[in-house]
Design a protein around this ligand. Structure first.
Ligand code: KG4
Ligand code: ZN
Length: 356
C-alpha cells in the first residue's frame, strides 16, 4: 500500500488511542488504553478522572504503537489528532501531545473530527486483509455513546445530513437502560450479552418512528423501559430496587429494549439507502459493535443488494486507527493546523476544509 504514513491520536472520551496507519487504510499498529474499569464504579465517565488517565497513559501508548509498527516518529508524514467533539479536558491532552510531537519532529499537524473518524473506520484494513474501499454514493450510520446520525456521502470528506437523534444517543440509551437493569457500565455490551440469553422474545418495547424523517428519538424508550422494569418488579414481587430481577427476566427485557433500538436504526438506514440509490452502507461508532444490529443490518443490506461495510468491533469503539484513516484524507486535502489548534467539544461533522 502506498500513501502517507500517519501517526494518529485519539483522546476525546475515555480511551487513549494511538495508531500508525498507511494510505488511510492499512493498520500498522493500533493501541488503545481503555478506562472502562476506572469509570465502572461511578457508573459513568468522570471528566476529570478521564483527563488524568489520558495523561498517565499517552506516553506508554505511543511507545507501544511505535514499537508494534517498527517505526519512529521521524518516519511518519503527519500527525493527526482528534480536536472534537468530546470532553474538553480529554481532548486537550491529545491535542497538546500531538502539537508537541509535531513541533519537536517538524511534522504537519492534521486536525480530525472524531465523528469523521467513526465513518472512516470502515476503510481500515488489518495487516493481512484486502478489500475494495466502500463505494460511493453511500449512507453511513454512526451510533455511539454521544452521537446517532445518518449521512449521505457522494465523495470523500463530504457529508449531507439525513437525520440525527433529537434527544439521547443510542449508546446513551443502552448505558442508561443497562444501569436500570443492574447490568453495570458500560450498558451496551452488557445488554447485548444478556439479550443473547433471552429464552422468550415477546417483550415488545415502543418505537419512536418520527415518520417522514430520518431522525431518531430514544428518550421516550428510556422512560418506557423504566416503566416496564418497574412493572416486572411488581410481577416478580421484588419491590426493593437493590434486589436484582431474575436473570431470565433481565435477559428478556434486555432483548426487548435492544430489538426496539435495532429495529428503528435499521429500518431508517435501509430506507435512506434505497431512497438515495446507495451502492453501500457503512456502519460505525461504539454501538456498531452490537451483534444484533450488525446481523439485522447485514441481512437487510443483502436483500437490498448493497454491501454493508462494518469494521470489526474493536474498530467501532474509539481508537486511533480511525483517526488515522480520516487523517490521511485530510492530509492529502491539505488540511493543517498550527499551535493555535484548540479543543472543540461540540464540533459538528462538516466538510473537512470548512473551518478546520
Ligand atoms: O464510539 P464509542 O466508543 O464512544 C463514543 O464516541 O461515544 O461508543 C461508546 C458507546 C457506549 O454507549 C457503549 O455502551 C456502546 O458504545 N457500545 C455498545 C456495544 N459496545 C459498545 N452498545 C451496544 N452493543 C454493544 N455491543
Ligand atoms: Zn466515539
Amino acid at each position: 500500500m502506498t500513501g502517507p504514513l500517519i501517526l494518529a491520536i485519539e483522546s476525546s472520551c475515555d480511551e487513549t488511542g494511538i495508531a500508525l496507519v498507511e494510505g488511510g487504510r492499512r493498520i500498522h499498529s493500533n493501541v488503545v488504553a481503555s478506562q472502562v474499569a476506572l469509570h465502572a464504579p461511578s457508573g459513568g465517565i468522570v471528566p476529570e478522572v478521564a483527563a488524568r488517565a489520558h495523561l498517565r497513559w499517552i506516553v506508554p501508548v505511543l511507545d507501544e504503537a511505535l514499537e508494534t509498527a517498527g517505526a519512529k516518529v521521524e518516519d511518519v508524514d503527519g500527525i493527526a489528532v482528534t480536536y472534537g467533539p468530546g470532553l474538553a479536558g480529554s481532548l486537550l491532552v491529545g491535542i497538546n501531545f500531538a502539537k508537541t510531537l509535531a513541533w519537536v519532529h517538524d511534522k504537519p499537524l492534521i486536525p480530525v473530527n472524531h465523528l469523521e473518524g467513526h465513518v472512516y473506520a470502515a476503510w481500515l484494513l488489518d495487516p493481512a486483509e484486502d478489500r475494495e474501499p466502500p463505494p460511493f454514493p453511500l449512507v453511513a450510520l454512526v451510533v455511539s455513546g454521544g452521537h446517532t446520525f445518518l449521512v449521505e456521502m457522494r465523495d470523500h470528506l463530504t457529508y449531507r445530513f439525513l437525520g440525527a437523534t433529537v434527544d439521547d444517543a443510542a449508546g446513551e440509551a443502552f448505558d442508561k437502560v443497562g444501569r436500570l437493569l443492574g447490568l453495570g457500565y458500560p450498558g451496551g455490551p452488557a445488554i447485548s450479552k444478556a439479550a443473547d440469553t433471552a429464552q422468550a422474545q415477546d417483550r415488545v418495547f415502543p418505537r419512536a418512528w418520527l415518520p417522514d424523517t430520518y431522525d431518531f428519538s430514544f428518550s421516550g424508550l428510556k422512560t418506557a423501559a423504566r416503566r416496564i422494569v418497574d412493572q416486572a418488579r411488581v410481577d416478580e414481587r421484588l419491590p426493593d430496587p437493590a434486589e436484582p430481577l431474575p436473570a431470565p427476566v433481565t435477559a428478556e427485557l434486555a432483548w426487548g429494549f435492544q430489538d426496539s433500538v435495532v429495529d428503528v436504526l435499521v429500518t431508517k438506514t435501509v430506507r435512506a439507502a434505497r431512497r438515495i440509490g446507495a451502492r453501500g452502507i457503512v456502519l460505525g461508532g461504539g454501538v456498531a459493535a452490537n451483534s444484533a444490529l450488525r446481523m439485522r443490518l447485514a441481512g437487510e443490506a443483502e436483500a437490498l443488494g448493497v454491501p454493508l461495510i462494518v469494521p470489526r468491533p474493536a474498530l467501532c469503539t474509539d481508537n486511533g486507527a480511525m483517526i488515522g484513516a480520516a487523517g490521511a484524507l485530510r492530509f492529502e486535502a491539505g488540511v493543517r493546523a498550527g499551535t493555535e489548534l484548540d479543543a472543540k467539544p461540540s464540533l459538528p461533522l462538516a466538510r473537512a476544509t470548512d473551518g478546520a
